[in-house]
Design a protein around this ligand. Structure first.
Ligand SMILES: NC(=O)c1ccc[n+]([C@@H]2O[C@H](COP(=O)([O-])OP(=O)(O)OC[C@H]3O[C@@H](n4cnc5c(N)ncnc54)[C@H](OP(=O)(O)O)[C@@H]3O)[C@@H](O)[C@H]2O)c1
Length: 213
């Protein structure tokens, strides 16, 4: 199975790449800065590009056949960015045009769209005031995804911590209930995505993942 990871130099993207390789997937890494990948990266097709450039995404998705695409792009905490929205727009347009059965995974955030109501008072206040630019970008990328014809899954992690793979998987998946904890390890988020890459249970859904209470 062929997996395209967009943002594979990111802290979560790297872990998804590593776990996907361990699970025997063929991985293509679409990255802005290939020099950030630890060398040697064996068994990975590396494509350098800017995910906000529609033509570059279109070219990759036209040239190769992918069974799944993972959008793991992000931006610095206090930087106003539309990278998530623009990347998602580009990927959705290209897949709908060239490969509408490809599974799409979008890393969003707890607090996006209706999941804001699942947060406790302090998390909600923090996100609304400090992270409103990020959450707005994530909410828009979710809307594009949900309006697509693609078999998608939106995953909304709580606060991300850690940069390594983890052996202990103490996380839970929350659909509509209140979110009981405020963080999750990136290794657990990557584990959730890779383990469920083709799981039909999560198609057409947006789910929160967070640490067990
Ligand atoms: N931090 C949190 O607590 C938290 C909580 C919930 C959700 N999230 C979301 O989870 C996602 C992943 O977070 P993370 O911490 O793993 O991300 P990260 O380490 O900040 O990585 C972001 C990735 O996006 C890539 N990128 C940015 N702009 C790009 C572009 N135009 N073209 C190609 N690649 C581009 C970066 O490439 P370079 O290496 O070249 O910069 C990097 O690989 C983000 O969307 C974030 O908002 C974060």
């Amino acid at each position: 199975m062929e997996i395209l990871i967009i943002g594979a130099t990111g802290r979560t993207g790297r872990l998804i790449m590593r776990l996907a390789l361990e699970d025997g997937y063929h991985v293509t890494a679409f990255v802005r800065s290939p020099e950030k990948l630890n060398r040697p990266v064996t068994g990975v097709r590396i494509i350098q590009g800017d995910a906000e450039d529609a033509m570059q995404i279109h070219n990759v998705i036209s040239q190769y056949k992918f069974d799944a695409v993972v959008i793991a792009v992000g931006a610095e905490t206090f930087k106003c960015s539309k990278v998530r929205t623009q990347t998602t727009r580009n990927v959705v347009d290209a897949l709908e045009n060239k490969s509408p059965s490809t599974r799409l995974w979008v890393i969003s955030s707890a607090g996006s769209n209706e999941s804001m109501e699942q947060l406790g008072f302090f998390s909600r206040t923090f996100i609304k005031n400090i992270l409103k630019g990020h959450i707005s970008d994530h909410s828009k990328q979710e809307n594009i995804t949900q309006n697509s014809i693609l078999p998608y899954t939106i995953v909304r992690p709580t606060g991300l911590r850690g940069i390594g793979v983890v052996a202990d998987h103490n996380y839970i998946v929350v659909t509509k209930e209140m979110i009981p904890t405020d963080s999750i390890k990136r290794g657990e988020l990557a584990h959730f995505i890779v383990c469920n890459m083709f799981n039909e249970e999560y198609v057409g859904k947006a789910v929160v993942v967070t640490s067990k209470p």
